[in-house]
Design a protein around this ligand. Structure first.
Ligand SMILES: [Zn+2]
Length: 105
């Protein structure tokens, strides 16, 4: 799924509000305490909903190029630790899909 809405860079009181919804766990994950959709955290900003992990990545790492999907290296969808997120390129996505198909065959 493509995320075509660019994610705004949050700072100041928006960032404070964001961090108030995060619980940092001993395992290093930043578990989202706000609402979840499909297991992913949702952050409301200016009456729009954004994926919390995408907000986190944009705030701490940088802009997500071309609305590419982010992958959780820790496999916790509700984790928003920017260090646990990596951009999945189309090429990489295709490779993973092929690997899954090959495993089934
Ligand atoms: Zn994590």
């Amino acid at each position: 799924m493509r995320h075509t809405i660019p994610v705004p860079v949050i700072s100041g009181h928006h960032l404070d509000r964001f961090l108030n919804l995060v619980e940092i766990s001993d395992d290093g994950c930043w578990y989202w305490q706000g609402s979840l959709v499909g297991g992913y955290g949702q952050f409301v900003l200016n009456h729009r909903k954004y994926y919390a992990h995408r907000i986190s990545y944009t705030a701490y790492v940088g802009e997500i190029p071309d609305g590419l999907p982010l992958d959780h290296t820790c496999e916790h969808r509700n984790c928003v630790n920017p260090e646990h997120l990596e951009i999945v390129t189309d090429q990489e996505n295709t490779r993973r899909v092929w690997q899954a198909i090959k495993r089934k065959a």
